[in-house]
Design a binder for this molecule. Structure first.
Ligand code: SAM
Length: 217
């Protein structure tokens, strides 16, 4: 997702109280940012923020960090945060960055869970390494996830989902659970919070795939 360039986006982002401007300075100190020792969950490629904002609301004992590459998209999440429904949340922060650099922003074992929702499919084979569920990215995640840390991935794109199942295996991770039809799989769907894309594609009748993978020990 890349919205039309919004000239004032950078300025708004720089001023917003929930945005961490130099995230690499917090490496190893994220608990201090939140002022408690609650677990840290991140969403990579959060888009307009519906999922992570509602997760933060539903789970006050978890700290959430939303990562988005484009300032024009992050701006939309900040606008959502600045509404009555979310503005009192203290357990959420935002970072504008490319996820390729996660190791520069998080120390080993600093993150407890990573959410990937409706990640860009990069359909051309030569771009496979850019997919957020490729072994290249799983290796990066392995360096920042705590022991027992997990990736939870949802998509309606079955080709990308099958690729991701293979990559999990190739990376030596543990595939804990998966389904090709999340909304009809009672156990995995319990407490599910929908993303913007999930709402859009499930309304069209597309089944939603989900996998949960645990990093190797
Ligand atoms: N997760 C949202 C949802 O499910 O509604 C948005 C999905 S959208 C297809 C994918 C988002 O991931 C886009 O906003 C895109 O800018 C972001 N993204 C893609 N690659 C990224 C990367 N390497 N680092 C950070 N964000 C990325």
């Amino acid at each position: 997702m890349r919205l039309r360039n919004i000239p004032h986006a950078e300025g708004v982002i720089q001023m917003h109280r929930t945005v961490i401007k130099r995230p690499e300075d917090q490496r190893g100190c994220w608990h201090q940012v939140f002022g408690d020792r609650h677990p840290i969950y991140i969403e990579i490629g959060m888009g307009k923020g519906q999922f992570i904002l509602n997760m933060a609301k539903a789970h006050p004992d978890v700290n959430f960090i939303g990562i988005e590459r484009y300032s024009s998209v992050l701006l939309r999440a900040l606008e959502k945060f600045d509404t009555e429904e979310y503005e009192a949340l203290t357990n959420i922060r935002f970072v504008c960055m490319d996820a390729r650099n996660v190791e520069e922003v998080f120390a080993p074992e600093e993150v407890d869970k990573i959410f990937l929702n409706f990640s860009d499919p990069w359909p051309k084979a030569r771009h496979a390494k850019r997919r957020l569920t490729s072994t290249e990215f799983l290796e990066r995640y392995e360096k920042i996830l705590a022991q027992g840390g997990r990736v939870e991935f949802k998509t309606d794109n079955t080709e990308l989902f099958n690729f991701s199942l293979e990559q999990v295996k190739e990376a030596g991770w543990y595939l804990e659970k998966y389904t090709y039809d999340l909304h009809h799989q009672e156990e995995m769907n319990a407490g599910n919070i929908m993303t913007e894309y999930e709402e859009k594609f499930s309304l069209k009748g597309n089944p939603i795939n989900k996998l949960i993978a645990r990093r190797k020990d």
